[in-house]
Design a protein around this ligand. Sequence first.
Ligand code: MRU
Length: 347
Amino acid sequence: MNVNGKHYRTVWMEGSTVFMIDQTLLPFQFKIYEAKTYKDCCYAIKTMITRGAGAIGATAGFAMAQAFMEAPKTGIENFVQKAKKEIEKTRPTARNLFYAVDRVFEAGKISVENAINVAQKMADENIEEARLIGEYGNELIKHGFRIETHCNAGWLGFVDYGSALSPVYIAKEEGKSIFVYVDETRPRSQGARLTAWELKNESIPHAIIPDNAGAYYMSKGEIDMMIVGADRIAANGDVANKIGTLEKAIVAKEYGVPFYVAAPLSTFDMNCYSGAKIEIEQRNEDEVLYQTGPDEQGNLTKILVCNPGSKALNPAFDITPAKYISGIITEKGIVKPDTASIKKLYG
Ligand code: MRU
């Protein structure tokens, strides 16, 4: 996608440096973070400089390749094993992270060059899969549709295009008139900050709505469909995605609003038979208690927005049972969220 007329990927690797759009600064500042070592990439994933399942996967793959480049001539195996564990510990929920690390780790057993090539290939695949998700998802979108989305599953959450927003971008390319309701997505406000920034850049009509307004708009018949992304999908079609997804899905079913999940096959965890088995990341309470924005001079400032001294709880994801999901949009087509259909998709 373009920023100020220049094409960017969310994350890319040149030589041994991994570059990524710093998402902690958006939408107020546009800066590129440079990760010179795999440890820098770990830091970037942990602190959410880069975030979103697809972008985390690409970054983790590059980090694994960096580890092979950094390994000392003697003791390579110990070094890369330790690095692999460190990368895997950065965030627990997004399946793409583990998928990418495993693939590059296996590739690196052949040669360092092979690890680099596979990491680069995976970033290219990430874009192609997102584009195909967009094409399949676009078939569900009619001219004039009002679409609600949660969190950011746009190009910032992938290497390009995104998952949930990719159908929106393709629908726009085809000249369909669409309107997007953007859930603000507290506590980190990925909707209000990142999705809104992406949509504004692409001139797609949208409005940010408070997290608790979805039921109001659905009950008034103002939402034609909802599309969200996924961090991990169990073999039975249960979906882990950003906290708040579950309540939107329940409300959507109540009001007959089709509820779609968009994700590549690399997000499915076929070893996980139900959503109950998915680890939910618990993040720091400060993300709930404080908000960050620019002061009058444009410097980003953190301020307390809750009662001083109160504690906060901050689960980053929830599990939406398959029964609430109308379909999962993948790069191979739209699949019903049940074990048999998902297994068939895997061939
Ligand atoms: O905590 P985040 O911002 O990494 O969470 C992101 C989401 O939950 C997205 O909806 C998900 O990764 C889907 S695709 C980018």
